[in-house]
Design a protein around this ligand. Structure first.
Ligand SMILES: *Cc1c(COP(=O)(O)O)cnc(C)c1O
Length: 364
């Protein structure tokens, strides 16, 4: 009998599944302990929780959960546009910014097309590219240094998209505004450049990448409510681009791709300046603490601009398991070709201290 796989699209055969951070509930079940005892530092979530304003708005909006959401996302897109000083027509909403990466595949990638990104880049680019039967060219990054000029040499007539995460996940490295500008000055106009800024709000001196949108370049800037705003469970992200590009991406989405509760919560979180400022403060202090402790432990780490740190621990899979036994979830990175490393999200100071104490036992 022939396998149904023979009927499936061939690129699906070898397509790897995205490996998310291990969930708290699953870990608690396996260890036989209450979920409250588990510390998850595996998915770059906000250690302070969601914006309280978002929670309040969610509560009120839950009474209307029987209604379909505004598929056009009028209120949220307007609010984001006002916040950024652009127009609603410059904004597309996604079920997380991950969904917008998929829209880009729907819109631009066909079998045997090419996309370019850095080695150790956020893995969703490669997965989406493969999903559409296209190939990814990965540009080596010795010492994790990302110079976008190096991407240009790999451009071929088949290249449709260049993906750059800034800061990058899982490395936390930041590309300067000058380097981005230099790249944008040289990249062929018929290539869509994606600047994924999921950690933008954590930056001290964020690069002004929206300038390239304003100047009408084929660039899509991605942001999300999952990280600093603490709304990862609700799945809301957005893309910023020139209106013609947004129009193309809008064609690829489901009519109600972002749920109504998510839209309401994101709207409220957007101007919760207190929550943003508090989160930044906790993350700045926590990241400095983790990096100082890694240095004291003589562990190599990559200085991070985001709310996580990549640290070299020897056998990443084994450290992950031993940390798990101590009720702390970190992120192993074999799937990123970083088997000797783990990625640790900055938590509350109490969580960071417990994490370091456990890591000292595990590595000793
Ligand atoms: C977390 C993350 C995202 C997106 O997350 P969503 O929850 O889908 O919005 C996108 N890019 C990078 C680099 C990330 O780390």
């Amino acid at each position: 009998m022939t396998s149904i796989w023979d009927r499936a699209n061939p690129q699906l055969r070898d397509l790897a599944a995205y490996e998310p951070g291990k969930p708290i509930e699953e870990t608690a079940r396996q260890l036989g302990v209450p979920p409250e005892e588990i510390i998850k530092l595996a998915s770059n979530e906000n250690p302070l929780g969601p914006s309280p304003k978002a929670v309040e708005a969610l509560r009120a909006a839950s009474a209307f959960a029987q209604l379909y959401p505004d598929g056009g996302g009028f209120i949220l897109r307007n609010a984001i546009a006002t916040n950024l000083g652009c127009a609603r027509e410059n904004i597309i909403l996604g079920n997380g910014s991950n969904e917008i990466i998929e829209f880009l595949g729907h819109a631009f990638l066909q079998p045997n097309d090419n996309a370019i990104t850095f080695q150790h880049a956020f893995v969703a680019y490669k997965l989406v590219t493969a999903l559409f039967g296209a190939q990814t060219t990965e540009i080596p990054t010795p010492d994790f240094e990302c110079d976008p000029e190096a991407l240009l040499a790999a451009v071929t007539p088949k290249t449709k998209i260049i993906f750059v995460a800034n800061p990058n996940n899982p490395t936390g490295t930041l590309i300067s505004e000058e380097k981005i500008d230099n790249f944008m000055a040289q990249v062929p106009q018929n290539i869509v450049t994606v600047l994924d800024e999921a950690y933008f709000e954590f930056l001290d001196n964020p690069p002004d990448t929206l300038r390239h949108v304003r100047e009408g370049r084929n660039v899509v800037v991605l942001r999300t409510f999952s990280k600093i705003h603490g709304l990862a469970s609700l799945r809301v992200g957005y893309g910023i681009a020139r209106p013609e590009l947004i129009e193309i991406l809008q064609k690829t989405r489901q009519p109600f791709n972002v749920n109504g509760l998510g839209q309401v919560a994101a709207r409220a979180a957007l101007d919760d300046c207190d929550h943003l400022a508090q989160t930044r403060k906790v993350v700045d202090a926590g990241r400095a603490f983790l990096e100082a402790e890694f240095a004291a432990m003589k562990l190599r780490f990559v200085p991070s601009a985001a709310n996580f740190v990549l640290v070299q621990v020897g056998d990443g899979a084994s450290v992950f398991k031993k940390m798990l036994a101590r009720k702390i979830i970190v992120r192993p990175l074999a799937g990123y070709g970083l088997a000797e490393w783990v990625r640790i999200t900055v938590g509350t100071m109490e969580q960071n201290k417990k994490c370091i104490a456990a890591l000292k036992q595990v590595i000793a």
